[in-house]
Design a protein around this ligand. Structure first.
Ligand code: IMP
Ligand code: MG
Length: 179
């Protein structure tokens, strides 16, 4: 299925499931090396990261605890520019190495917010893994430790990412058609 219609919009395949899995294996290799001998807390940001978490975690060879929290800042195909809710911050991260796992970093606002919230718990270290990164849209200057793919500033769906609630279950990632 190279094209798909979601709600009122046409999307075309941008990254295939195979490309995604290949890249996740590479990144999992790096993470496993960087956290050798360590106990790592991987913290998935719901809803978008559920696919990345499920696949990435299976490629990791270090001991991990899988945790999730929920954050939301998006409506339709434009960022609303504010974080509307965060649930599940009652984790004990003091002294722990934490890897935040995201589907996408766009403006970077949600991640900035999360970093500030998580720092309050005095973790040993916070690292960031994001499958997709819209570099042109990024408005901050913190470091993203592991990036799957840098992508243009266009709306994408699939593999966890939604367009108004739909498309998350697609195994490939689709980009909004321009025509
Ligand atoms: P940011 O706060 O602007 O970096 O946006 C982060 C969140 O917005 C992500 O975790 C996604 O849930 C959502 N988002 C950003 N870009 C897209 C997109 O192209 N498609 C679907 N969701 C997106
Ligand atoms: Mg997300």
């Amino acid at each position: 299925m190279l094209k798909t219609l979601i709600h009122d919009k046409k999307f075309e395949v941008y990254l295939t499931s195979m490309q995604i899995q290949q890249r996740l294996k590479e990144i999992a290799g790096k993470i496993s090396k960087d956290f050798e001998e360590e106990h790592l807390v991987i913290l998935g940001v719901l809803n978008g990261s559920f696919m990345v978490m499920a696949d990435l975690s299976r490629y990791l060879t270090v001991q991990v605890s899988c945790e999730f929290l929920k954050i939301s800042s998006y409506a339709g195909t434009e960022s609303t520019g504010k974080v509307t809710s965060v649930f599940g911050l009652n984790l004990d991260l003091a002294g722990k190495s934490v890897l935040i796992v995201e589907d996408i970093v766009d403006t970077g606002l949600s991640m900035r917010y999360l970093l500030d919230e998580l720092q309050k718990q005095n973790p040993k270290k916070i690292s960031i893994m994001t499958l997709l990164f819209k570099k042109e849209a990024f408005r901050y200057n913190y470091n993203l430790d592991y990036v799957g793919f840098e992508i243009p500033n266009k709306f994408v769906v699939g593999y966890g990412l939604d367009y108004d609630g739909l498309g998350r279950n697609l195994p490939d990632i689709y980009q909004l058609c321009t025509s």
